[in-house]
Design a protein around this ligand. Structure first.
Ligand code: FAQ
Length: 309
């Protein structure tokens, strides 16, 4: 009965084993996973837009080939994640409709514009850097299909991060104008990158339960600190200044202290009022409408094959 099933579930979680699609799971566990995995998938798909903006304007064939490959990887990540989500009993169609209606979210970071080519490097360095900090622990998440998708995603994500850092390093070795472009870009993306980890632990309604279920392995603030500690030395090597006068090594904590994120800005962006929210969703809806004939043709073909058999 249900009590036995709950005991079996609790024991799997307590042993850090994986819950698999056919296993019994509490309804709220399933719902939380659908919410998080769907948001994550939508982030990958919407996340193609800011960088896609620069494919046609890449400064060389080499840079264009790299950027094309990266944006294609993001589509692939979206697909693994949608597939993982489908194992929880929701359809891809349902998820897509919820993204377009605004019923499901995607990461706040993709509501900021990409204003210069340096932004391609900065997104790789800081946004993929934040994604890695967040996602490496998710390789050990308690739901099997999500954790396995994360392993593959993280391998590609670390390549993305390196390409961004390499791009910025190249620009920093260039002209004064190029160095200024990098600094200006880092100034715009630093704080939004820290917002990717979500609200402070005290204002994060989901963290405690998600940690108890082994869905999340660390709190939002723990991962944000890890990001700062990883990035400050990289910024020094690169020769850029992070736009936070409060960044300071704390000997006692063996970590960097840093300033306060503008949480009003974060919530405004999450609630739909960031600089590009409308544009991102409008673009996604248009792509969906433009692709209607492809879906219809595929369904008609599948139906014909079925009757021919
Ligand atoms: N943006 O209680 P919590 C990438 C919402 S990386 C928007 O703390 P939770 C790679 C949250 O959903 C980016 N909304 O929530 C790439 C909740 O609202 P809800 C994607 C946010 O789930 C790079 C409410 O605030 N990565 O795409 C954000 O425990 C370059 C309260 O928050 C992932 O999704 C935010 N930043 O913790 C692609 C990672 N933060 O749902 C292309 C997986 C919070 O109740 C180019 N996700 N909210 O209505 C997670 O680890 C977690 O879901 C957190 C949030 C940490 C994001």
């Amino acid at each position: 009965d249900e009590a036995d099933l709950q005991l079996a579930f609790d024991s799997t979680i307590a042993h850090n084993d994986r819950i698999e699609p056919r296993d019994w799971m509490p309804e709220d566990y399933r719902k939380t996973l659908v919410r998080q995995i769907a948001q994550h998938a939508h982030s990958e798909i919407i996340g193609m837009q800011p960088e896609g903006n620069w494919i046609g304007r890449a400064p060389s064939l080499r840079r264009k080939a790299i950027l094309l490959a990266k944006v294609q990887d993001e589509a692939g990540h979206g697909l693994y994640l949608y597939s993982a989500c489908e194992t929880l009993g929701v359809s891809r169609e349902e998820l897509t409709l919820k993204l377009m209606s605004g019923a499901q979210k995607y990461s706040s970071i993709f509501n900021y514009p990409t204003l210069s080519y340096a932004d391609v490097g900065t997104i790789g360095w800081l946004v993929d850097g934040a994604a890695i900090c967040n996602q490496v622990p998710l390789c050990r998440t308690s739901y099997g299909p999500y954790g396995r998708a994360m392993i593959r995603v993280c391998k590609e994500e670390s390549f993305h991060q390196r390409q961004g850092y390499e791009l910025l390093m190249t620009m920093m070795r260039g002209t004064d104008a190029q160095r200024e472009m990098v600094q200006e870009s880092v100034d715009r993306f630093w704080w939004p990158a820290l917002m990717m980890f979500g609200p402070p632990d005290g204002d994060s309604p989901n963290t405690e339960r998600s940690m108890a279920w082994g869905i999340k392995r660390h709190t939002n603030d723990e991962l944000r600190q890890r990001m700062v500690d990883m990035t400050v030395p990289q910024a020094e090597k690169l020769g850029v200044t992070l736009p936070d006068p409060d960044i300071r090594w704390n000997e006692e904590r063996q970590s960097y202290d840093f300033g306060e994120v503008d949480w009003d800005e974060f919530w405004a962006v999450v609630k739909g009022n960031g600089p590009c929210n409308e544009q991102r969703l409008a673009h996604r809806r248009k792509a969906y409408d433009d692709g209607a004939w492809v879906r219809e043709a595929a369904m008609a073909y599948a139906a014909r094959e079925e009757t021919a058999r």
